[in-house]
Design a protein around this ligand. Sequence first.
Ligand SMILES: O=C(O)CCC(=O)C(=O)O
Ligand SMILES: [Fe+2]
Length: 309
Amino acid sequence: MADTRHFTTGPAPGERIWIDQPGALERAKREAPTAEVRFHAIDLIEKGYTVIPGCVPPRDREAAFTGFRSWCERRSEAVSKQRAERGGLPRIVNLHVDVPELLPLFSNNERALAVQDFCFRYRTSAYTSLFYETGSEQGLHRDVPYFRTEPENFFFGMWVALEDVDLDNGTLLIVPGSHRLQSADAHALGAARRRRGLDIPPICGELWNEYQTSVQERCRQASLSARPLQVSAGDTVVWHPLAFHGGKSISDPGRTRMSIVFHTTPEGVPVYQGDVFFDGNAAPSRTAPYDYKSTSGRFFVSYEEAYFS
Ligand SMILES: O=C(O)CCC(=O)C(=O)O
Ligand SMILES: [Fe+2]
């Protein structure tokens, strides 16, 4: 079922996602196909994220748990080793390629897809996923240095709660309005590193920290702070590519926070990392080199297998 596609539709070079352009609110009100899509598009434009309640029915969540558990059983040695060494199961990258029961959380999540299709103005595909047994407990950040699409800012975080999330089991944290803040100039950060004789690798802790610290500082100046998102199993959160977000630490160590986040793009949009994001001279191709597969009429990038990260 591998389908190496080169999509001929998709954003043009230099195109900006319409929800970031002047007049976006009016356009959302005018053009949204349904009241629900209008509501969530306005949320994304104004707050930089939206919570879509009750998107995934219990049977899809149960199938996801069963698929996850049997994947763990098939790899019981590796799983036990990870749990022992890391003090818990680390996040799993692209588990959806090994566990087909996870795919409907993306492809049948029609209400969340309708919002993204409308906000992209293109059909939504899945680029990667992260499966969490416990919360990420990750500091506040923007995803853009890891997901530098061409053209820029054509992705969403599509995060599905597989169980209820409250203040004790590691909610998502999001800073409302942070998607509209300036940051340090990423190309200037990269150029400063080059002047010190260093290269710009795809993943660079130093540039990442400099960039995220600059966003944190802008949030402080604008008096914007992080909000914990308490959600119910089956809810889906969609965030803007520039939303500043992270994961709260789990205060009840006995609990889990099962969730999966898909990073979505319009079909055929390539995704680069820091070597393009921080390099003003990079000239990325606008053609995605990936093999896509399809399920229920939706494309997702296919990978060899899932891995711990
Ligand atoms: O699930 C979380 O806690 C955060 C995940 C995240 O930051 C991401 O997928 O970009
Ligand atoms: Fe993130």
